[in-house]
Write a protein that binds this ligand. Structure first.
Ligand SMILES: [Zn+2]
Length: 441
């Protein structure tokens, strides 16, 4: 090239270099330009030294107020330490900064939404997360936060829709949770006496999860509320094969429906069969109650299931399926009957039975098989880990039953019920769904 041309090009190149440099200075530094302090802070964070990291980030942002990543790191640290107001201030300032590119603004808004979420300002968090749901980069995380918000706020229709979206994005199966959200809606409808919406919500629940135990129980309740007790009994008894552990949850409902039909013999037959295969103490308690009523109706002098025949039956049951409840009932029955040798023996039996009653009554009888949470009553959503359908009844004492498949533990040891197979569950779930539809007519 002609040297003269080169001389002419030199100032042009210098000017272009100056313009580029100026542009670079005007733009906030990006990830590749991060100062050394950022990495030092990160390293401290990784080494579980958040206080030192905070110090480094604070000094660095004072020296270089433009670095976006540094502000984000500082804001997150404040949030982790529970200083939500400071975190919110940093993230809000960042999101409002003029000239910030869209990607970084969304990042700042995502952090701000998390600040609101942590502060319990769900309305503000929801608005931001809903906006961020439109951004592909934040869509999945925003959905996860929204689901937590709707879960906490009991906004079940929104929860169903977000779970749908989340399942699509992540490829995860949310159907069991969605079925539970439908069951929550069913619960509301039943409480308001709105049977038709309850039926539609139950159908939706079974579409999401044909094995949903809660929906089966609710289907039976809907049928009984409509006066269709035979159908209700058929639905609940589907649990025997589908989810035997849940049978105790419906034994009171079954008692009412059998009573409505006047079919006491069939109810007793069901209970005799159930206690043989199921360690749930409520089934045994229900059977003892039936025996008491029978004794009273027969005008038996002993009464209260304490007739010789009643005692013999109790003894057989306790031998076949040992349980504290059974032993307790047997002792009480002995103390109340004339089968004791002396007044002293009667008193001893009564004291032991009372002590056993207290032990049985004190224990946490439900536990979550996911996180181990223990409770005195059934929670469809575990208060510990927030999983749905993981809390189950636990037997106090038991052993492998004659019916097979049922194993129980002694004092706090886990109980498993293995006789419900997936195939059985599918059939029973589908049957329950059919029954629900059948009750429409
Ligand atoms: Zn749990």
């Amino acid at each position: 090239m002609d040297p003269l041309w080169l001389l002419l090009l030199l100032p042009l190149a210098a000017a272009s270099g100056w313009v580029t440099a100026k542009r670079e200075r005007a733009r906030p530094p990006r990830r590749r330009d991060l100062p050394e302090a950022y990495f030092k802070g990160l390293s401290l964070l990784l080494n579980e030294q958040p206080d030192k990291a905070l110090q480094v980030f604070m000094e660095a942002t004072e020296m270089d107020g433009e670095t976006v990543e540094m502000h984000l790191a500082l804001g997150n640290l404040y949030r982790r330490r529970g200083e939500i107001e400071r975190a919110t201030q940093i993230h809000r300032n960042l999101a409002n900064r003029a000239g910030l590119d869209d990607e970084l603004r969304q990042l700042a808004l995502f952090e701000l939404a998390q600040d609101y979420f942590k502060a319990g300002l769900f309305d503000r968090a929801e608005t931001l997360f809903q906006d961020l749901r439109e951004a592909p980069e934040h869509r999945e995380s925003a959905c996860r936060f929204l689901l937590q918000i709707y879960d906490q706020e009991k906004e079940w229709c929104d929860a169903i829709a977000v779970a749908e979206d989340l399942a699509r994005i992540s490829g995860e199966d949310w159907s069991e949770s969605q079925a539970q959200y439908c069951c929550e809606l069913v619960e509301r409808s039943l409480a308001d006496g709105k049977h038709a919406p309850a039926e539609r919500q139950l159908e939706a629940a079974f579409q999401y999860d044909p094995h949903c135990v809660r929906a089966v129980i609710q289907s039976g309740r809907l049928a009984s509320l409509r006066g269709n007790h035979a159908n209700a009994i058929a639905i609940w008894r589907g649990l025997e094969r589908m989810a035997a552990h849940a049978l105790g949850e419906v034994v009171d409902h079954l008692a009412n429906s059998y009573a409505a039909l006047g079919d006491h013999a069939e109810y007793k037959k069901f209970l005799l069969d159930a206690v043989d295969r199921n360690p749930d103490s409520r089934l045994l308690a229900a059977l003892i109650e039936v025996m008491k009523r029978e004794d009273a109706a027969a005008g038996d002098a002993a009464g209260g299931g304490d007739s010789p025949a009643g005692q013999q039956l109790l003894l057989e049951l306790v031998r076949r399926r040992p349980s504290l409840e059974g032993l307790c009932a047997l002792l009480k029955s002995r103390a109340a009957s004339g089968a004791v040798a002396s007044e002293r023996e009667r008193q001893d039996f009564t004291v032991i039975a009372d002590l056993l009653s207290q032990v049985v009554g004190q224990g946490a009888t439900y536990h979550c098989h996911t996180c181990g949470f223990r409770a005195r009553s059934l929670h469809w959503q575990c208060p510990g880990c927030k999983h749905w359908g993981t809390v189950q009844k636990q037997a106090a004492v038991g052993r492998r039953g004659a019916g097979g498949g049922v194993a129980a533990g002694v004092a706090g040891v886990e109980v498993t019920v293995a006789d419900a197979t997936v195939a059985d569950a599918t059939v029973a779930g589908a049957a329950a769904a059919d029954n629900t539809r059948a009750t429409a007519g």
